[in-house]
Design a protein around this ligand. Sequence first.
Ligand SMILES: Nc1nc2c(ncn2[C@@H]2O[C@H](COP(=O)(O)OP(=O)(O)O)[C@@H](O)[C@H]2O)c(=O)[nH]1
Ligand SMILES: [Mg+2]
Length: 334
Amino acid sequence: MSFLKKLKEKFSASAETEEVSDKYKSGLEKTRESFSTKLNDLVARYRKVDEEFFEDLEEILISADVGVNTVMDLVEELEMEAKRQNIKDARDLKEVISEKLVEIYTGGEDTFKTQAPLNIQPDDLSVFLFVGVNGVGKTTSIGKLAYQLKQEGKKVVLVAGDTFRAGAIEQLSAWGERVGVDVIKHGEGSDPAAVIYDGIQAAKSRKADVLLCDTAGRLQNKVNLMNELSKVKRVIEREIPNAPHDVLLVLDATTGQNALSQAKTFSEATDVSGIVLTKLDGTAKGGIVLAIRKQLDIPVKFVGLGEKMTDLEAFDPNAFVYGLFADMLTDDEM
Ligand SMILES: Nc1nc2c(ncn2[C@@H]2O[C@H](COP(=O)(O)OP(=O)(O)O)[C@@H](O)[C@H]2O)c(=O)[nH]1
Ligand SMILES: [Mg+2]
């Protein structure tokens, strides 16, 4: 059975899996449209797989922000695979492309292995720290995740560690109200480490399962920001051994390669254990997911696929690739 057909089977297995793939499909609409239009054009132009075909394919992938090095490796593997399978017709290559994209993400270990889950502590308080520059979607992602965790029956507390602006504290409070979870906050301009400390005490005494910590992304300069994050992290570590259980770096997919340089900066200052890639719905360059995987070796744990409360999904490379290729399945393959 072809790889895309296997994906189709996997995601039509239940109402739940179907819902996941539908969310990816709609969230990746811009990327899919641009990518599949270009890919279909390419296939129509060439029919036969030759060197020029692969050169044009390289350009398409680079324009989707997959990242130059990743594209080079990918196309080299595709050429080899085409030879091995004796693929001459360009149409037959899209299967191989979809499979290779998933392989890039999973490292080829098990293409059907899914996402890197949150490091939830089953019997203890789990603390998750959100970091990232201003405007990437930290507060929004916290709100969305709080909603999800609450749906799962967990008791969630939020702490407003972005004390830089009053607006940021209000925004988190509004999410707390919308979702129905407590928010611990101090006033504008107060010490972020102090409010985080209070958040931990409140979460402990209220017997919460999860504490989600918001932080500021904009301070006078990079050194200040990084020092502040280190301090916040030290406070958490001191209060709860092994915490924070995840440091989630939030990156905005629409900023493309810039997101990669932010990731490098934050990784130097703090141990980032996972990435939340937001606003995939707002870009035609969703290939950035693959560039992040290849260049950073930090798993993408969640993707933001829209602005609604329900628009945060655990990242699944299979659902991602299926979302990109779903409407390229021809009728006889359905
Ligand atoms: N379309 C879209 N917008 C998002 C997503 N995540 C966040 N946003 C928007 O990005 C803007 C900045 O988000 P915010 O959470 O305030 O960023 P923060 O400064 O990092 O806390 C807001 O207008 C959010 O609604 C997403 O996945 N998709
Ligand atoms: Mg914020």
